[in-house]
Ligand binder design. Structure first.
Ligand code: ATP
Length: 356
């Protein structure tokens, strides 16, 4: 359990998990760089917690290989993997003070008292808990408790942090603050981190790279900007972004993308191909009927404070446009959505794969 304080790589190679006949993790391969903040992102049940627990050693690996640094830890017990884990529930000892909770891993390791006191002070300062060391967990706010859990994780200076939705018990405002603190702390410490969440905002803001999963399978690995701007398939495109990307299914004919009331010149597609066009709410505008790419009627108009959201009814679906905060339009009015087809995303409707 000793640490050489140097950040380590994590190599996940063709890792599989079966629960009986159920294939929960399907051949996951990832190379996490030393000091990287990697986020595993996906909807409930996609296998992200399973993957994290396998890396921690809390679940066995059905097949595949796991290396931390250059050590193969596939069969190594959790306590010898040089990791620290932070969970959604902080799992603090209620009858121990903040200082005792933070110092617990060092006490277990039989670190001398004076050295432990110093390490507790340093870890508490890192997460700004300085004045609270004598309190019990019951006398702390949710955010403060989460910081105790973080301090307890950092005190050992592990080679790797594994975090499973550590902010999801906090209210929205605190979550935002803690997100910024966590990012700052990870930057300062430079400890390789794998962080599990279903919250795409957390993923976008925290990650150096995001691994997006669905049904036990990796869908795309890339920087937040890459997965946002160049989603590999319809699933990723629809998962990243709030409100999500607009999709319209159509067909290619004579160099045009055609859908109900929509005809756009496109190049590079085979005739008759079934194609879905995708454009983000912030990449289009509301314009006068007849002057955009598609006419539709306004379903709802919402002011969110910093922007206006216009939802159109188009065929059997809604299309959303983000407009500046001073924009207004009445429900049920007829208008058009304008966007630049060259900036749009195109997907193969059948496979979901990105085409352009
Ligand atoms: P959530 O965000 O809801 O925690 P997740 O993406 O973390 O979801 P996992 O907890 O990794 O999902 O679960 C992946 C799949 O494996 C789910 O379908 C789940 O039901 C199944 N699963 C998890 N643990 C077990 C188990 N011990 N036995 C059988 N199936 C399991």
């Amino acid at each position: 359990m000793s640490s050489d304080h140097a950040a380590k790589t994590i190599s996940i190679r063709e890792m599989n998990k079966y629960y009986g006949n159920f294939h929960a993790l399907k051949g996951l391969s990832l190379e996490v760089e030393a000091g990287e903040f990697l986020v595993l992102l996906g909807p409930s049940g996609c296998g992200k917690s399973t993957a994290l627990r396998m890396i921690a050693g809390l679940e066995s690996i059905s097949s595949g290989e796991l290396l931390i640094g250059d050590q193969d830890v596939t069969e190594v017990l959790p306590k010898y993997r040089d990791i620290a884990m932070v969970f959604q529930s902080y799992a603090l000892y209620p009858h121990k003070t903040v200082a005792e909770n933070i110092g617990f891993p060092l006490k277990m390791a039989k670190v001398p008292q004076a050295e432990m006191d110093e390490a507790v002070r340093a870890a508490a300062a890192q997460v700004e808990l300085d004045g609270l060391l004598d309190r019990l967990p019951g006398q702390l706010s949710g955010g403060q408790r989460q910081r105790v859990a973080l301090a307890r994780a950092i005190i050992r200076r592990p080679a790797v942090f594994l975090m499973d939705e550590p902010l999801s018990n906090l209210d929205a405002k605190l979550r935002g603050n803690m997100r910024a603190e966590l990012k700052h702390m990870q930057n300062e410490l430079g400890i390789t981190t794998i962080y599990v969440t279903h919250d795409q905002i957390e993923a976008m803001t925290l990650a150096h790279r995001v691994a997006i999963m669905k049904d036990g399978e990796l869908q795309q690995l890339g920087t937040p900007k890459e997965v946002y701007s160049n989603p590999a398939n319809l699933f990723v495109a629809g998962f990243m972004g709030s409100p999500p990307m607009n999709f319209v299914e159509g067909e290619i004919s004579s160099g045009q993308f055609r859908a109900a009331g929509m005809s756009l010149p496109v190049t590079g597609f085979a005739d008759n191909a079934a194609v879905t066009i995708g454009f983000r709410p912030e990449d289009c505008q509301v314009v006068e009927a007849g002057t955009g790419q598609v006419d539709a009627s306004v379903y709802t108009f919402e002011m969110t404070g910093d922007q206006s959201l216009v939802t159109f009814e188009y065929e059997d679906r809604h299309l959303v446009v983000k407009m500046p905060k001073d924009f207004e339009i009445a429900s049920e009015s007829r208008a058009a959505i304008a966007f630049d087809p060259a900036e749009a995303n195109f997907f193969d409707t059948a496979s979901g794969r990105r085409l352009l």
